[in-house]
Design a binder for this molecule. Structure first.
Ligand code: ADP
Ligand code: TRP
Length: 313
């Protein structure tokens, strides 16, 4: 029996932190081998918010390096850039002609951005439709995403239904696969680690950058155990191991932070080394190969779609 198809998209939006690692990268690396897996760099999605061309180029190269460095084998997964397969934008237009404005106005991501006064361009409004095209083009069975993306998968299912009703069975409704709740990794201030809060520990930072972030973890002088240090530490060591360490070093916050730095380093250093060995040229080759593979599948699907909608004479 053919293996199930998995596809996920990555926004190339800058340096990753250890919250991203435990919440998204590691769960992906742990499961992608069970499927026929595709990783898509969602560069046209990023364009809805990122307007700096050099930064976008850099981010695309970086995110591919990041995923390979944490353990994705480009021979076991197709890795490609969304903009390299024109069927994504073509199918988006076809879907646009099937969905109503009020349907898209229900989108959380758009509503949130608009409420925060951010530039709500048409691309942002149409974001779920492009994402539906990403997923549906490849007859995707499962889409691993964080809970914040659940609504987007519902959109993809509904759009598949709308097309099938209008033109006959063509698209398969996908299922989301909500990444195992690891719980949010807290940042250096105890709030959820997030690049928008400036409380991150960089995943691929140098030893000094990691040490600086850890030394900056907020501690209070009330208890004997620094709560936020422990909370981050618990992602790197078991409860039992930590109990002994925190008992032996009661009140010694600096020592505990130094132990945490070492434990982070033990996980990060091999990945950092691997990442440094991947060149921009390697990434371009991987994306070229992946693009060719993705284009073959997408084009076959589009031939059927064009025929069904009546533009093939
Ligand atoms: P950020 O909040 O830094 O902008 P993103 O929204 O880009 O992070 O998240 C990318 C992925 O990483 C998502 O799948 C998200 O669920 C996961 N992630 C982000 N921050 C954390 C965190 N602190 N703990 C666990 N997972 C996280
Ligand atoms: N919107 C997703 C995010 O921000 C990225 C994405 C784009 C995606 N296309 C996709 C995820 C297709 C899964 C499938 O995380």
């Amino acid at each position: 029996m053919a293996r199930k198809r998995l596809l996920t998209g990555l926004q190339p939006s800058g340096a990753l932190h250890i919250g991203n690692y435990f919440g998204a990268l590691k769960p992906f690396v742990d499961t992608y081998g069970e499927y026929e897996s595709t990783l898509m760099v969602a560069d046209y999605h990023a364009l809805t918010t990122l307007k700096d061309p050099l930064q976008l180029q850099r981010n695309i190269l970086d995110i591919v390096k990041d995923y390979i460095a944490v353990g994705v084998n480009p021979e076991r997964a197709t890795i490609f850039q969304q903009s390299h397969v024109q069927a994504h934008t073509e199918l988006t237009w076809i879907f646009n002609c099937l969905v109503s404005r009020s349907f898209l106005e229900l989108g959380h991501a758009y509503k949130d951005k608009e409420a925060r006064g951010l530039d709500a361009n048409v691309g942002l409004f149409d974001y779920p439709v492009l994402m539906a095209a990403d997923i549906l083009l490849y007859d995707t069975d499962v889409v691993p995403v964080g809970t914040d993306q659940k609504q987007h998968i519902e959109y993809a299912r509904e759009i598949a239904g709308k097309f099938n009703t209008a033109y006959g069975e063509t698209f398969m409704p996908p299922k989301e696969q909500i990444l195992k709740e690891v719980g949010a990794v807290p940042g250096t201030d105890g709030k959820k680690m997030s690049k928008s809060y400036g409380n991150t520990i960089p995943l691929f930072g140098t030893h000094d950058e990691i040490a600086k972030a850890v030394m900056g973890i907020v501690t209070d002088s009330k208890g004997e155990s620094p709560e936020f240090v422990y909370a981050i530490h618990s992602f790197f060591k078991s409860r039992d191991e930590l109990r002994k360490i925190y008992l032996d070093n009661k009140g010694k916050y600096k020592t505990l932070k130094e132990i945490l730095i070492n434990d982070i380093e033990a996980v990060v250093a091999p990945m950092r080394e691997k990442r440094a060995s991947i060149t921009d040229a390697d990434v371009k080759n991987i994306l070229k190969d992946g693009g060719e593979r993705a284009r073959d599948i997408a084009e076959t699907k589009m031939r059927d779609v064009r025929q069904k909608i009546g533009v093939t004479l």
